[in-house]
Every structure is written in C-alpha cells, then in structure tokens.
Design a protein around this ligand. Structure first.
Ligand code: SF4
Ligand code: SF4
Ligand code: FES
Length: 241
C-alpha cells in the first residue's frame, strides 16, 4: 500500500460513531484509537501489515466487497461497520479453515491457553469445524539449539518473516511454495540449526501466534509468548529515523 500524505485529517464513521484520523492511518489504527475492537491475527503493532489472514474484514458503505481494516487507509466520509452477522459468519469460517488446514489439536500443544488462534476461536464462538480436516504430515525442525518449528501448527501469518526482516534485520525466514503447499523456511530451506543468518534472538518465536514456533524444553501449555519488546524496539527505531 502506498502511504498517503499524513497531514490530512479525515472524518468518518465507525459503527455509527464519528471519528477522525490522519490520512496515513488504517481503519484498524483509527478504530483501536477509539476503543473499537476488530479481531486480527496476522497484524502485530510494530510490523508492516500484509492483509494475509482476513480476520479484520469490515464493511464499508457503498462497497460490495469486504475490506481488510489493517491495510486500508481511512478516507473522508467512510461509513464502516466492524461487527455484523455477515462479518462474524466470515470470520468464523476463516478460523474453521485455518483449524482444518493443519494440526491444531490444542490439548497437546505447547501454547495451549496462550495461543492467539485459540483465543479468537473462543471469542468468535467457533466450537466445531464444518470442513474436512487435512492433517498433512509436515516436518518438525528441532535442529536449532534453543528453538523448534513445527510446520503442522503454522498458519502462514508471516509474523516471523516480518519481525526477523524488519526488526532483527537478519531475514532468516521466508515463504516457499504456493497456496496450500506454502511453508515458512529458514535461509534457502536449510535446517534452522545450520543457519548462517540467524542470530538466535528469539524474536520470531515470541511473535508467533500459535505453537508453531516454541522454545525447546517447553511441554504442553508451558509456552507463553513475550511481545513487549516489539513496540519498544519500533519506537526506538522510529526515533532514529
Ligand atoms: S531467532 Fe532472531 S534471527 Fe533467528 S530466525 Fe528468529 S528472529 Fe530471525
Ligand atoms: S511460524 Fe508462526 S509466526 Fe511464522 S508464519 Fe507460521 S504461525 Fe506465523
Ligand atoms: S489482521 Fe488484517 S488481514 Fe490479518
């Protein structure tokens, strides 16, 4: 997305409330500033938005398509709905598709009780999955001294890719493959433990929303993520620019 000029102020309505935001702010940012909750999964404050998960879809009056709030800038006169039966239905369906695509059996997951995907299914009342489970047999790479990647739990949000590139500057992670065959990989699909670029900072592990990335030695439910570093590092970085 191309950034509009920041100085302009736009006035709009979100859920019937009159709000104002700068032209370079997204619908999500302005909504959050006004305590209006929009569910998100691939978004993380401090990382570039890519609109991958579609959990943050909203309705804009006069626009037929549903629009991702995290990658759409506010505009003058917009009338936005963040919570309707239609939106809830689609958000539930997205979560069900994510749950069915790989292996998300929470009872045997290191992040059970601390998982963004699990919290969202609870928030949106998803108790059943209407789609056939695929259960692919994907790899688990435990070659790194301190961390493990279980591809079976990955939802391809690319938070790990973005934090490693944008904050750590290592760019160890990337995506390979297409569509349902996509997977995250370290370096040129080499084992993580033999990566020349990884600094072992652990940022990717801490921002991962699920149990896909975890610290070694954590058992079921023991892995909780620490994300406090991200807003701090982002503020420091912006201060330098
Ligand atoms: S530990 Fe740090 S450097 Fe290594 S892959 Fe994760 S974010 Fe990148
Ligand atoms: S490993 Fe975690 S952070 Fe990286 S894409 Fe998969 S779910 Fe997202
Ligand atoms: S949070 Fe907007 S698309 Fe994922």
């Amino acid at each position: 997305m191309t950034l509009p000029a920041p100085a302009q102020v736009k006035t709009l309505k979100i859920d019937g409330i009159d709000v104002g935001g700068r032209a370079d702010q997204t619908i999500l940012e302005v909504a959050r500033e006004h305590n209006i909750h929009i569910p998100t999964l691939c978004h993380l404050d401090g990382l570039t938005d890519i609109g991958a998960c579609r959990l943050c879809l909203v309705e804009i009056k006069g626009v037929k398509k549903l629009i991702p709030a995290c990658t759409t800038f506010v505009d003058e006169g917009m009338e936005i709905t963040t919570n309707s039966e239609r939106l809830i239905k689609y958000r539930q369906m997205i979560l069900e598709l994510l749950m069915s695509e790989r292996n998300h059996i929470c009872s045997v997951c290191v992040t059970n009780g601390h998982c963004d995907l699990q919290s969202l299914t609870q928030e949106l009342g998803v108790t059943h999955v209407r789609f056939p489970y695929r259960y692919p047999m994907l790899s688990v790479d435990a070659s790194h001294d301190r961390f493990v990647i279980d591809q079976n739990r990955c939802i391809l949000c690319t938070r790990c890719v973005r934090v490693c590139d944008e904050i750590e500057g290592a760019h160890t992670w990337d995506i390979m493959g297409r569509g349902i065959k996509s997977q995250v990989m370290t370096d040129l699909n080499q084992p993580w433990g033999s990566s020349d670029t990884c600094t072992s900072c652990g940022k990717c592990v801490q921002v991962c929303p699920t149990g896909a990335l975890s610290e070694k030695g954590k058992s079921v439910s023991e892995m909780s993520k620490r994300r406090q570093f991200l807003p701090y590092l982002t503020a420091m970085r912006e201060g330098r620019e």
